[in-house]
Design a protein. Structure first.
Length: 164
């Protein structure tokens, strides 16, 4: 399941580009740096993902998966590769996959995570819709600092847009 989650993050960010170019990672995965992200914690995150269409209509991430992953050099490189419409050439290590958490966006675009360990995290959601036969919307990304015992609330919107 975790492997699928990381793969989905890359695919969401890569969009529908044809024949993406595989790229070798330059940032190695460091199990020690990521070990604390696998543990349960006392922090929580509640959020909502949405975008505004040209006419002002709000579209949420309803029915999509919201991804929470460590804000580390390793995952930042994966995001940069995907934003350039390319794919990661090598398999993502299982230890890395185990740090990714998921939540479903409800009908209003709300998502939440509980038992999150303190640290720097990134939240990624996809908001999409169709106009005619053309897909619209894209991916929203926000970095967040989780502290022990604290609940964070975030809104991901047009200002967090990172690409189609």
């Amino acid at each position: 399941m975790r492997k699928l989650s990381v793969l989905l993050i890359v695919l969401i960010l890569a969009g529908c580009a044809s024949a993406p170019t595989p790229v070798a990672m330059t940032t190695p995965f460091d199990p020690v740096e990521h070990s604390s992200y696998k543990n349960p914690g006392t922090g929580s995150i509640k959020g909502q993902g949405f975008m505004r269409q040209q006419g002002g209509t709000v579209v949420t991430c309803a029915g999509s998966t919201a991804y929470l992953f460590p804000d580390t050099g390793y995952f930042r490189e994966i995001i940069q590769i995907a934003k350039s419409r390319q794919t990661v050439a090598a398999a993502i290590p299982i230890e890395a996959q185990q740090t990714v958490r998921t939540s479903d966006c409800d009908a209003q675009g709300n998502f939440s995570y509980s038992n999150i360990p303190a640290g720097k995290w990134a939240v990624l959601v996809e908001v999409k819709w169709i106009v005619g036969y053309y897909p619209q919307g894209g991916s929203l990304l926000r970095n967040i600092l989780v502290t022990d015992g604290q609940s964070q609330e975030i809104l991901l919107s047009d200002k967090d847009f990172i690409g189609r």
